[in-house]
Every structure is written in structure tokens, then in C-alpha cells.
Design a protein around this ligand. Structure first.
Ligand SMILES: Nc1nc2c(ncn2[C@@H]2O[C@H](COP(=O)(O)OP(=O)(O)OP(=O)(O)O)[C@@H](O)[C@H]2O)c(=O)[nH]1
Length: 400
């Protein structure tokens, strides 16, 4: 039965998409269970994952082996150029590059596990998601915060997930010129994370980039996203702590912030609490303190808090970092942080499967041409949504 289901899935998911799935699966299963899947660089027609996963990788050419060794070696030595190259490789949609990227990621994962074991099971890095509406003061904050952390001896990576970059070619988050000083800091690494148009795209490329940054020695990874659309949910599902940054603006400007995303926040931060904005910042803080009391709690041990900061004066930012560290310690002690990471792996796997299967379904020849008409009929109330779905699913299953 399981084998049948697997075969069906295998036909559904194209080979490059399958790679992503294989990676997610191998993380879930743990490579130590499948020693053969930890590839040596000189892999001979290696069965990369396990018999169950049946993904063959063509042998690497000498040039590819050298490339991989250089990237991996440089990455572990903390060379920024190699980290950049590694991220470019995992972001590539080219099927062969994807295969090489998978081998690199397997190496990175097994290195991660070894290091975490040496670290008594404690994660190598603290992953923090930062989200807020356009103009909330995210980049000004990250610039200040990042520099404060590097001065304390931390290595900070910033991945900026820009949901607009793939759809409009535009940029809500702009580029790294937004954080000019931090981008010159040798202990910081800033990188826009392309989204490939979909939520799964955000999840896959950003998750992989996080892993690579951690292998490059970055012990704090900040994942920034604009709080419009769906990307902030994807980001909340890939970090240890999710921080919402809100400007001291009136109700109208904050209307776009959805209740769901406030529920995801482990910390709400009111920005720009200085000068004339200090009084509105206090007011918004009080409003959110009351609002949070009514919301569903995300953790058994951590109670989300609302604090005020100013990236202009620096006020509140050391306290914010203290709160973050308190969160990390509390969640580690209760076991929730590691549990959250584990469940995120599963969410990631299912997001990818769901998205790839749906894409395949929509583009399937037996279904594709019927969709517009059925949608019209559903819109006109001639056909019930359930009936239309049954028609499409039947056409799909009969032709598969
Ligand atoms: N008074 C004051 N202004 C600030 C502060 N932080 C940011 N600003 C201003 O707010 C505006 C937006 O700041 P950004 O840091 O670019 O905001 P952002 O959220 O990164 O904006 P996007 O790039 O559009 O997503 C800029 O004009 C900043 O100078 C602050 O702490 N105090």
C-alpha cells in the first residue's frame, strides 16, 4: 500500500521537484539511518538516498567534484564567497545544479548533526524571523541590531525574503543597500532570498540558505520579510522565534496586519519610539498588550510580550535582545524549541508535496482544459464546488 502510494507520488512529482522532496525526507528520516546516502564527493552512480527513495545521481565529473569540495571546504572555513556560491547553487533551478546542491546539503546536514551532538544537542544558531509592514523600520532596526550583535562577538546572517520579487520583478524589501554599514561588516552576511513565485519557493530556498549560513559559522540568522501576503507565515514556520515589528501608526495603516500573524508572534516590537512618535508608540504598545491577552497562545511556556524600541536612538534594543535570549533559554529548557524545529521539518515537507502535487494536477492534460469552464460554472452557481472538484479529480485519477 505504502509502495503504491509512493509510486503514484513519484509520477506526480517531476524529477527536480522530487529532489526537494527527497531532501526534506532525508532530513526527516536522518541520514545516519542511511549511511549510503551521505555521499562522498567521488560518488560512483551513487544511490543517493535510500532504496525507498530511489533517486539516482549521475557521477560527478572531476570539475564538479572540485567545485563541490571548494565550496564545502570554504563554507566550513567561514569564507563569505563560498557561502554566497553555496546559496546560489541551492537556489538554482537547473536540474544538474540541483543534484549537486543536494549532495552539498547532505554533507552540510551531516556536519550539522555532528556539531549539534558535540554541542549537547543544542542548535548551532538562533533563527529569528522579523516581519512587519513596509516602512515599519525593519532595515533600520536590523542595521542597528546587527551591528550591536557583531560588536558582542556574534556572527549575523540576514536573509531577506521578498515576496514581490518573483511576481512583479519589483522589490518591497529593496536590496542590501538598505543596510549599508552592516553589509560592510565582516561578521555579517546579508542576502536577498528569492521566492520563486510560490510559498514553497520561499520555504525551500530560504530553509536551505539558513542551513548554509549556519554551517558558515553564523550563530544568529535573521530572516526578514514584509508582512503583506503569505510569506510571513512561511517564515514563521522556519524560525525559532518570530518577531513582529509594527510602526506607531494608526489603525488604518495597520489594518493589513492580519490577526493570524499577530498570533504567530513571540514578540511584538513597536518601532520608532522616539521624538514625536513616542506617545503614539506607547499607545499602540498598550493596545497590543490588551490584544495579545485575547489571542490563542502559541507556546505553553512563553507569553508573547510587547516592547518599544527606537533604531534612531538605540533605546530598547539591548532590552529586546535580552528578551530574545530569554525566549531562547526558556524554549530550550522546556524542549519546545527543538520540538518546534522538528514539526517545522514536517510542515516543510508537506508544503512542498502539496504545492508540487497541486501544480502537477492543474497542468495535467486531462484536467487543464476543463478548469476554466468548471470554474465558470461554479461561479455562476450552476455547479456545486464539490461536484466540480469530483469531476476534475475523476478525470485526473482515470488518466494517471
Ligand atoms: N523616528 C524614527 N524613524 C525611523 C526609525 N527607524 C526607521 N525610521 C524611518 O522609517 C522609515 C522606514 O524605515 P525602513 O527601515 O526603511 O523601514 P522598512 O520596514 O525596512 O521599510 P521597507 O524597506 O519599505 O520594508 C525611514 O524613513 C527611516 O528613517 C526610528 O527608530 N525612529
Amino acid at each position: 500500500m505504502a509502495r503504491l502510494a509512493f509510486c503514484q507520488l513519484r509520477t506526480l512529482i517531476s524529477s527536480s521537484q522530487r529532489n526537494a522532496w527527497l531532501l526534506a525526507s532525508s532530513q526527516r528520516l536522518g541520514t545516519e539511518k542511511y549511511p549510503s546516502q551521505i555521499p562522498s564527493f567521488g560518488c560512483r552512480r551513487t544511490l543517493c538516498i535510500s532504496a525507498v527513495q530511489q533517486q539516482e545521481v549521475e557521477p560527478l565529473t572531476g570539475k564538479e567534484q572540485r567545485l563541490l569540495s571548494n565550496i564545502y571546504g570554504g563554507l566550513l572555513n567561514g569564507q563569505r564567497a563560498c557561502l554566497a556560491e553555496a546559496i546560489t547553487l541551492v537556489e538554482s533551478a537547473h536540474p544538474r545544479k540541483r543534484q549537486i546542491a543536494l549532495i552539498l546539503l547532505q554533507k552540510v546536514l551531516s556536519h550539522h548533526r555532528e556539531q549539534e551532538q558535540l554541542n549537547n544537542g543544542k542548535p548551532l544558531a538562533f533563527r529569528v524571523g522579523l516581519s512587519g509592514p513596509p516602512g515599519a523600520g525593519k532595515s533600520t532596526f536590523i542595521e542597528y541590531f546587527g551591528k550591536m550583535l557583531t560588536e558582542q562577538g556574534h556572527k549575523v546572517a540576514v536573509l531577506a525574503v521578498d515576496p514581490s520579487s518573483s511576481t512583479s520583478g519589483g522589490s518591497l524589501l529593496g536590496d542590501k543597500t538598505r543596510m549599508t554599514e552592516l553589509s560592510r561588516d565582516m561578521n555579517a552576511y546579508i542576502r536577498p532570498s528569492p521566492t520563486r513565485g510560490t510559498l514553497g519557493g520561499v520555504t525551500r530556498t530560504t530553509n536551505e540558505a539558513i542551513l548554509l549560513c549556519e554551517s558558515g559559522g553564523y550563530n544568529i540568522v535573521l530572516v526578514e520579510t514584509v508582512g503583506v501576503g503569505q510569506s510571513e507565515y512561511a517564515v514563521a514556520d522556519m524560525v525559532d522565534m518570530f518577531v513582529l515589528l509594527l510602526p506607531p501608526a494608526g489603525g488604518d495603516e495597520l489594518q493589513g496586519i492580519k490577526r493570524g500573524i499577530i498570533e504567530m508572534a513571540d514578540l511584538v516590537t513597536i518601532t520608532k519610539a522616539d521624538g514625536d512618535l513616542l506617545i503614539p508608540a506607547r499607545k499602540i504598545q498598550a493596545e497590543y498588550v490588551s490584544a495579545l491577552k485575547l489571542l490563542r497562545k502559541r507556546s505553553k511556556t512563553w507569553r508573547p510580550q510587547v516592547i518599544r524600541i527606537s533604531a534612531k536612538t538605540g533605546e530598547g534594543i539591548p532590552e529586546l535582545w535580552k528578551k530574545m535570549a530569554e525566549f531562547q533559554n526558556t524554549m530550550l529548557a522546556s524542549g519546545e524549541l527543538l520540538a518546534r524545529r522538528r514539526s517545522q521539518q514536517k510542515v516543510w515537507m508537506w508544503n512542498l508535496i502539496q504545492e508540487n502535487v497541486l501544480l502537477h494536477f492543474r497542468n495535467h492534460p486531462a484536467v487543464k482544459d476543463q478548469i476554466p469552464l468548471l470554474e465558470q460554472q461554479v461561479l455562476a452557481g450552476v455547479l456545486s464546488p464539490g461536484h466540480a472538484a469530483d469531476v476534475l479529480l475523476k478525470a485526473f485519477s482515470e488518466s494517471s
